[in-house]
Design a protein around this ligand. Structure first.
Ligand SMILES: Cc1cc2nc3c(=O)[nH]c(=O)nc-3n(C[C@H](O)[C@H](O)[C@H](O)COP(=O)(O)OP(=O)(O)OC[C@H]3O[C@@H](n4cnc5c(N)ncnc54)[C@H](O)[C@@H]3O)c2cc1C
Length: 366
């Protein structure tokens, strides 16, 4: 049996992948109920291919194919996603979680449970749960998110950015996935369906500043003021928005050791600047299910061998992208503006698509 710690996107994807290979598992989740955070997730080529491989993507049939408009300083550049082979469906996070949950037997998901002790043996693992009971299995997988310390201390790096996210009702449909950079701030808006959009707002903080103290009214006012640049803002019913807010951090990569393997944010949380965190967690899960079905003696080492290069690349790139998006010195602003005019956006997006599709080829072997 595989003991999975955490019922987030990584843990639930692994449970689905194991179920398809007839490998027994149990998922332990410390929350009494699976929380619905008011945020969206952009699922791009690799995430969609995984859902298709798990037989779950049919649920996404209604999502539109979107256009991307990136507009620094009132200048938008548009690319038809289809034209560069990019597929992007923005879903409510709870929808993704529900999709991953529906095919799993509820008795194999234990809510309100955490691990108080664990022991790793040569060919097995034992855990003691918060209620004092014991579980024995062949592998223990830590999928308990960015702060989890089951396999290693959480070494977090603060990016100096603070993010607010919301799923906002729409007063009219919007069709564009838009991202706008304004000096220290960044705003992103993507439709989930005709009634709702995912909105994120990121600011660069100064030392000693407490962004959590900025009032919602003040921030919403600021967002409304950007309507001259991004007309879709007038379609947002901000009065009925509920915001989730947190600092943007990443975590030093550590895949665990021996039969204690880490996946997803527990192994390598990355800054969300390129929207690949959840999808990389899903990729880890698909790769690990195959490693487990092949009875590999040291799955942590094997997962690191297969995944480290790819994950480290995106970890670095996301960090760099965040720094670039929020660079706000006089020279930095000029360089950013110039780069936006000169950089071949289609070519860059095509490179990102090809990076994502590399996993889709790998998926056929898993
Ligand atoms: C602002 C922002 C925007 C993002 N946008 C995107 C995007 O567009 N696309 C994308 O692909 N990714 C995105 N991500 C990243 C994505 O949200 C994460 O990478 C993904 O949720 C990681 O999944 P996970 O299962 O590893 O961890 P989590 O989702 O954190 O799940 C961990 C689970 O473990 C449980 N848990 C915690 N501690 C314990 C414990 N001790 N015992 C048992 N259970 C425990 C938690 O309750 C939770 O259910 C974004 C992230 C942020 C912060």
């Amino acid at each position: 049996m595989v003991i999975i710690n955490g019922a987030g996107i990584a843990g639930l994807t692994l449970a689905n992948a194991l179920q398809r290979k007839n490998i027994p598992f149990v998922v332990l989740e410390q929350a009494e109920a699976l929380q619905v955070l008011g945020a969206g997730i952009a699922l791009q080529n690799n995430g969609l291919a995984i859902l298709e491989a798990l037989g779950l993507a049919k649920e996404l049939a209604i999502s539109p194919v979107l256009q991307l408009g990136v507009g620094p300083f009132n200048r938008f550049r548009r690319v038809t996603m289809e034209g560069v082979g990019l597929r992007c469906h923005v879903v409510h996070r709870s929808h993704l979680q529900q999709m991953l949950l529906t095919s799993l037997p509820q008795e194999q998901i234990r809510l309100g449970t955490s691990i108080s002790q664990h022991e790793l043996n040569a060919d097995s693992v034992s855990v003691t749960l918060s209620d004092g009971s014991q579980l024995h299995g062949k592998y223990l997988v830590n999928a308990a998110g960015i702060r989890s310390e089951l396999h290693a201390p959480a070494q977090l790096r603060d990016s100096g950015l603070w993010c607010w996210r919301s799923v906002v009702p729409l007063t009219r449909p919007v069709t564009c996935f838009s991202e706008v950079w304004f000096g220290k701030q960044r705003l992103g808006l993507a439709p989930i369906d005709e009634q709702r959009a995912y909105l994120f707002h990121v600011i660069k903080t100064k030392p000693g500043q407490h962004p959590e103290k900025i009032s919602t009214a003040q921030r919403e006012q600021w967002i409304r003021e950007q309507h001259a640049t991004l007309a879709d803002i007038t379609a947002l019913d901000l009065h009925n928005a509920t915001w989730v807010s947190h600092p943007i951090q990443d975590r030093t990569i550590d895949w665990g050791h021996g039969r204690l393997v880490a996946i997803g944010d527990a192994a390598h949380a990355l800054t969300p600047n390129l929207g690949q965190g959840a999808v990389l967690a899903m990729e880890d899960a698909m790769e690990l299910a195959t490693i487990i079905s092949n009875n590999i003696v040291n799955p942590a080492q094997e997962l690191a061998r297969l995944r480290h290069r790819r994950v480290a690349h995106m970890h670095r790139l996301s960090w760099f992208f965040g720094k670039m998006a929020h660079a706000d010195g006089k020279i930095a602003l000029k360089l950013k503006s110039l780069a936006f005019r000169l950089l071949p956006m289609r070519k860059n997006l095509a490179a990102q698509v090809s990076w994502m599709n590399a996993f889709n080829h790998r998926l056929k072997e898993l």
